[in-house]
Design a protein around this ligand. Structure first.
Ligand code: CP
Length: 482
């Protein structure tokens, strides 16, 4: 594997950025908007600087895009830099079967920074592992789209002056929409209340819901007080409420919110998404339409109406002239926000920077278990990059070991797509010790083992698989020895 240079920094998830770094990006973006504004058109960058005149951005897109690719490329041109583009996998060497891992190693020599979009969850993370230059995730499957979230937050900040303590409704395909997944993590980190309004069967994925509750300290609160208990069980319509303190994946519970006040508060923003038909096998499904009638409810009277775009039919065009419609402003902010991100990742500001990490990634919050593909359990998400036949040999069975509240229970989260291994499957898992050649049922051994020794353990789907690989049940071996 090519080792990344020490100064490289990758942005794969919105959680790769601290709240303070997000504020730094916004300060820089605001500066560009002021210095380089089109004086006749609000929110538009109309002039250029030569800040990045010696640099090249590569856009590597395996999926269609208008906003993300073109606003990144516009941002680079406005910075005085140059672009090279691979916008269609049918006319690149991907069509000949070239892997993403090889492609990124090659592109690392042609450009100084790369933005990638890919249909597979976790693809950007795999690309970053093979890149010597900063990798920005421009959307990977239904996993995340962190730079869209930066545009969304920048829009909210412009409207609400401050990102804390907002109440935001999210509507539509909450399961398939990667913009939603990055957005809800960021909202929770800024202490927001989130009201899910999913299309039927398109609720937030279980792993996103669990992270919001367990790692971001969001609490489910019923919209009607008498159903509070059912809300905690996730069985009824409810809001995610996070306390209004800033926190960065804090280990400590935040102070209790006043739920009565939260319920009464008007909605600050409604975020609408389209049906992500490319993520579903059933291409026609019932889908709510957000229109003036829906937004006529008093609680939406001051709400900014947001959409990452493209829209299809879910948000009526007749709403475009409403003072609350901000979706084209959101898209316009793609240029200054991405100018800020590119220039910070290329270290082009004397007094402002994003932190540097060896290997390009911040130290993860959880220990990492890793074994080569073909050894032990692998990610169960069929759309994860590790399950792509072209990429398998370049990936690994790599999981975060996420400790449960009891400290005797843990779950596994794929380090690429960040999907949790199902509890049902994990109930049968065993952990084998390659030094002792024994295995024990359950995942507790992962919690007892220091992070630097996890490489000696292999997780198998069950005892039979461990025995077939030459391991003995720990108790059986002890009995034979005594
Ligand atoms: N919002 C967004 O990602 O748009 P594109 O698919 O056009 O890039």
């Amino acid at each position: 594997m090519t080792k990344a240079q020490p100064s490289t920094r990758h942005i794969i998830s919105i959680n790769d950025l601290s709240n303070k770094e997000i504020e730094t990006i916004f300060e820089v973006a605001q500066g560009f908007l002021q210095e380089l504004a089109d004086r006749n058109v609000p929110n538009r960058i109309g002039r250029s600087t030569n800040l990045a005149s010696k640099f090249i951005l590569a856009s590597l897109f395996y999926e269609p895009s208008t906003r993300t690719r073109l606003s990144f490329e516009s941002a680079m041109l406005r910075l005085g830099g140059a672009n090279i583009t691979s916008a269609d996998p049918a006319v690149s060497s991907a069509a000949k079967g070239e892997s993403l891992a090889d492609t990124i190693r090659v592109i690392s020599n042609y450009a100084d920074i790369v933005v990638i979009r890919h249909p597979r969850d976790g693809a950007a993370r795999l690309a970053a592992e093979y890149s010597q230059i900063p990798v920005i995730n421009g959307g990977d499957g239904s996993h995340e789209h962190p730079t869209q979230t930066l545009c969304d937050l920048f829009t909210l900040r412009a409207k609400n002056k401050n990102l804390r303590h907002m109440k935001v409704a999210i509507a539509g395909d909450l399961k398939g929409s990667r913009t939603i997944h990055s957005f809800v993590y960021a909202l929770a980190r800024f202490g927001a209340t989130i009201e899910p309004l999913p299309a039927p069967g398109m609720e937030l994925p279980a792993h996103v819901d669990r992270r919001l509750r367990e790692e971001f300290h969001s609490r489910m609160v019923s919209k009607s007080p008498e159903q509070a208990e059912a809300a905690d069980n996730g069985t009824i319509d409810a809001l995610y409420v996070t306390a209004d303190q800033p926190h960065q994946l804090s280990l400590y519970a935040e102070p209790e919110a006043d739920y009565g006040l939260v319920l009464q508060k008007k909605i600050d923003a409604v975020y609408v998404t389209r049906f992500q038909k490319e993520r579903w096998t059933e291409k026609e499904q019932p889908y709510p339409k957000i229109d003036a009638k829906f937004l006529g409810e008093p609680k939406f009277s001051e709400a900014s109406v947001m959409h990452p775009l493209p829209r299809v039919n879910e948000l009526d065009a007749s709403f475009d002239s409403d003072r609350r419609a901000v979706y084209f402003q959101q898209a316009a902010y793609g240029v200054p926000v991405r100018m800020a991100l590119i220039s910070l990742l290329l270290h082009l500001h004397q007094n402002k920077s994003l932190h540097q990490f060896p290997g390009g990634f911040a130290k993860p919050d959880h220990p990492i278990y890793a074994q080569p593909i073909g050894t032990g359990v692998q990610c169960g998400n069929a759309n994860c990059i590790v399950n792509d036949p072209a990429e398998r040999q370049y990936a690994a069975n790599k999981f975060y070991v996420v400790e449960g509240p009891s400290r005797t229970h843990c779950k596994l989260r794929c380090a690429y797509c960040e999907t949790d291994v199902s509890e049902e499957a994990a109930a049968h898992f065993v952990v084998a010790d390659t030094a002792r050649r024994t295995f024990s049922p359950g995942l507790e051994a992962l919690l007892r083992t220091p992070a630097d020794k996890l490489k000696h353990l292999v997780i198998y789907c069950g005892g039979a698989e461990a025995i077939a690989a030459g391991f003995q049940l720990r108790e059986t071996k002890k009995a034979h020895a005594s």
